[in-house]
Design a protein around this ligand. Structure first.
Ligand code: ACM
Ligand code: ZN
Length: 495
């Protein structure tokens, strides 16, 4: 039987239940006291089909499992008993519409596919150096100026010279949020601060330390111009964006970025020095920690919990009461220590979870075998502080929907398997068969996965992918270089 994710407990019995039409009648019941919120039991016997869930959400997951079983047996169902619940509450996928934009219809197709494999958190990266994709009323230049860049030069060889201009209206984002909620997916907007903010500074140059005019970036990277932490206007704009985003994004988590914020400008800025002294802080990493804490506190007044990339831990003063950390890349073990002291951690390690990395680096097998609870240095408390995993699809190099589905599918099936079942998986050959099976289902959903050779064989079989996207997609060597450069930028040079 092909099911993704694999249910915790499944007993296949002898006998079949026959029914007319596409779907059998299903008896559904919420049984709060017996089951966890996302847990469910599915029974098929001579009386028919029954789904019990710990909540409506649990019932929904039972229905998905039923649909998947029906993909295996059309017109009849084997007698079966399934009792299931996820290992992790947080089972996330991330889309980056800041670098390359996805239409509402494209986003919905991805959501459909992810819901089908029981992923439940959609992290939407909406603002970055190359695009501000949110329709902002109070500071309209954020959208007017920030949503347009002059060209796309993410790859030197294939630069696109015409203007690239896109944003989502509030009505469109509401539609996406509702679409997710109908599928029991929470939406987490990301407003990345204080770095990755060239578009904000292009709109309102007075928010930078230098006040100089700049334009939205046309290629990827880490940029030195960031929001000035010593300017009170910065906080006003941040809160205004949060206010307007919170009208649309009504779920618990709100991502405030915090990654790759070089302190070059702060070190040279009188206002930043003054702020640091006024707060009695020792260095500019602490100043970033202070900024993230202020914003997390503001989000708390709106009933939200902040998420920060692990870079925000460098000051050592991030407050865990309002914030959880998402770990993407780290040398100094701060995230592990954070988790070991009982603070919430979402694991999105670039290896194996970044979907913009080639299949030769982050293979289906590596994702399948990944156990976030076995990260080096994690204690038992640390392992229990892992909220779950998330897999980002950064879009500097993924330019459109076709490339996106190629990179994410079928790898997000392995992400879904790991997120639901945790680390105790031993059946990769079986999982490969099941993945092959679901690639056909994905195609019916208008999601075209990568061809089999790319993901089902030895890493060298992924070479066609490198050849296909060789000029733009990162090669294994360039990924290694990239990680080295990132490590240097993030941890070296006393920044
Ligand atoms: C990141 O990849 N900069 C979080
Ligand atoms: Zn400053």
């Amino acid at each position: 039987m092909h099911l993704i994710p694999t249910p915790r407990k499944m007993e296949l019995k002898s006998g079949f239940y026959y029914f007319d039409g596409e779907m059998p009648d299903v008896k559904k019941e919420v049984k709060k006291s017996f089951l966890t919120e996302e847990g469910y039991r599915l029974t098929v016997d001579s009386d028919g089909v029954c789904i019990e869930g710990g909540s409506e959400k649990g019932v929904f997951y039972g229905e998905i499992t039923l649909k998947q079983i029906l993909n295996n047996y059309r017109g009849m169902l084997p007698y079966i008993y399934i009792s299931d619940e996820p290992e992790f509450d947080y089972r996330g996928f991330m889309l980056d519409s800041a670098r390359h934009f996805l239409t509402v219809e494209e986003v919905k197709k991805v959501i459909d596919a992810c819901a089908y494999f029981k992923l439940n958190k959609f992290h939407f990266h909406l603002t970055d150096d190359q695009g501000f994709r949110f329709e902002m009323k109070e500071y309209p230049l954020l959208t007017e100026v920030g949503s347009k860049r002059r060209a796309s030069e993410f790859s030197a060889e294939e630069s696109v010279r015409e203007e690239y201009a896109h944003y989502y209206t509030k009505a469109e984002l509401k539609e996406i949020v509702e679409y997710c909620h109908e599928r029991y997916i929470e939406v987490i907007p990301e407003f990345d601060i204080p770095g990755h903010t060239t578009t904000l500074l292009a709109a309102y140059p007075e928010l930078s330390c230098t006040g100089e005019e700049i334009e939205p970036q046309t290629k990827g990277g880490v940029f030195e111009d960031i929001l000035c932490a010593g300017n009170p206007e910065t906080m006003k704009v941040i809160y205004a964006v949060i206010d307007e985003m919170c009208e649309i994004f009504t779920d618990k988590y709100f991502h405030i970025g915090g990654d790759e914020a070089p302190k070059t400008r702060w070190i040279e800025c009188e206002k930043c020095h003054k702020k640091k002294a006024e707060l009695g802080l020792r260095n500019f990493q602490e100043l970033q920690g202070w900024l993230m804490n202020e914003v997390a506190e503001y989000l708390k007044t709106k009933g939200k919990k902040a998420i920060c990339w692990n870079d925000a831990l460098k000051g050592g003063n991030l407050d865990s009461t309002n914030t959880v950390v998402s770990l993407w890349l780290e040398r100094n073990n701060r995230s592990i220590e954070w988790a070991n002291s009982g603070k919430g951690l979402i694991v999105e390690s670039n290896v194996p979870l970044y979907m913009d990395y080639p299949y030769a680096v982050n293979s289906l097998e590596k994702i399948y075998k990944f156990n976030p609870k076995k990260l080096k240095g994690l204690t038992e408390v640390g392992a229990n502080s892992i909220l779950g995993i998330e897999s980002p699809a950064w879009s500097e190099h993924i330019r459109d929907f076709t490339e996106l589905t190629y990179m994410c599918f079928p790898r997000w099936l392995a992400v879904a398997e790991t997120a639901w079942t945790g680390g105790n998986k031993k059946g990769f050959p079986q999982f490969l068969e099941t993945t092959r099976f679901y690639c056909d289902v994905l195609t019916e959903m208008k999601i075209t996965p990568a061809e089999r050779d790319v993901w089902s064989g030895a890493p060298q079989k992924a070479v066609p992918q490198l050849l296909k996207y060789g000029k733009r997609m990162l090669s294994p060597e360039s990924v290694i270089d990239f990680i080295k450069v990132q490590k240097n930028e993030l941890f070296g040079g006393g920044k």
